[in-house]
Write a protein that binds this ligand. Sequence first.
Ligand SMILES: [Ca+2]
Length: 96
Amino acid sequence: MGGPYGRLGKLAVAGESYLHLRWLPNCFLVGDINGDGCVTFGDVEGLLEAISLPETEFELSHPTWIWIAADTSNDGHVDFDDIDGFVARIGTCCST
Ligand SMILES: [Ca+2]
């Protein structure tokens, strides 16, 4: 996918929640959690954090990382089922 785009997210801060529009990189690549354009071992920390933290907490802790990129099984959840898909994508990069 090319071109800038965003997605709506939901943040909870100090007991209040609100919607926000978050801009994603020009290339969305499943497994590229840190958004640098490639799936590498540099994304492992993000995968582990995405598995262990709720999405809102993950995005507050890592505002430039992309939680949904960790969902390699494409089931809407980030869990241990996403590890094999992540490993299979290591070494892939955006072609743009
Ligand atoms: Ca990456």
